[in-house]
Design a protein around this ligand. Sequence first.
Ligand SMILES: [Zn+2]
Length: 413
Amino acid sequence: MNINMSVVCDDCNTVINCRVGMSNRRLQPLRFVCEECLSPIDINVNLGQGITIEGANQIETKGPFDSETAFVDLHLDFPVAFDKYIMGMTPFMMASQRCGHENMQIHAFRVNTLNEISERTPEIKKIIKLYRNNKEKLYRKRILSFLESNIDCKMKIDQNYALYHLLERCFSPFNEPTKNLETVEGYTEKIIWFAENKRTEFEKLLEELVGSGFLKNLQDDCLQLYPKMLDFELIFRPALFLDFDNTYENSRMAYRVSSHDFDEIKDLYKDISEVLSRQLVLIAAVNNLEKRGDHNSFAPLEKMKVPTSLNKYADVAFGQKLELLDDPWHSISKEVADNQLRNSIAHFKAEYDDVSQKLTYFPKREGIKQEKSEEMYFLDFSRKILLAYREMHKLNHLIKCLFVFYFMYVNPE
Ligand SMILES: [Zn+2]
């Protein structure tokens, strides 16, 4: 269902026609920016309760919309065009033309799951917080009630298992479910191979990772990211749709995200990149162990000095870390590990236009000289965060698998 409405901007009196596409979410906070005065205008839909508007006043709608008046299409669940109004070409219609009926159903299933999960966000955040702070008794009570399970959750290994069960269940809309399963199977095979072929060396690695607190800290860093994904789940809906939209890559068309705030979310990209950079330590360790029988041994490189230990590798910059992995068993694409974008955002070399939702960043801006810039739309940026999150989540499963082996065989409770 769509609602056509006209509003007049509080700040500059510009009249704007809006076509609001309804999602199934109970609360739908939609936001866009007035083209004339750059003020944000919020349209808050509360299903069954009505609509409130901030930053503008609703006026009488004179239908059908003309092509002279400013116009915005809005929909929480899909990327929407910045185009002029065309009757009938709603965001939903446009989206279903691009990705087909079956994919629309999968997308609908995922956003409906997000609708349910978003109602339970405080509960999920609380459980993760209890686990992170070792509040075992309350953690057990809350997580078992959430999972409607009555397993005995007294051992560390079971608490670990329950945690990842919760993550899989609540964060499945963000993930690619079959790929996650494949990835975990891959980790398990790798670990079994180590247990059978390089047991002593593997146990030495685990002792170092667990004994130094590295593995627990890394898990904790991952766990801090999940609540943030929930905080920004609205922003990721259009990015999730791109899983099915094969036309997007080549279309060079600008799409709007109907609920967004670049300033709020830019730190999340930095944070996930930071954690991914540390997770690379695990990839390197397994890679070194498998190829050279010693987790500290990196393959020599002509163009650069290689670290003499895993510990030293941990301090290397993100971009370089990737170069130091010789034919790694688990690759992270440079697309996801976009060092230039990350550095530009971290060092204030990025500018954002709220109206066009265009991000301009300067990977090589030095001093006052403005070097060549790169551009991307907010939708692409949110997609990048989503893909980085997926890598982080997969590697978080490696952390789980290493813990399971450690608690079962190396140091059972
Ligand atoms: Zn205005």
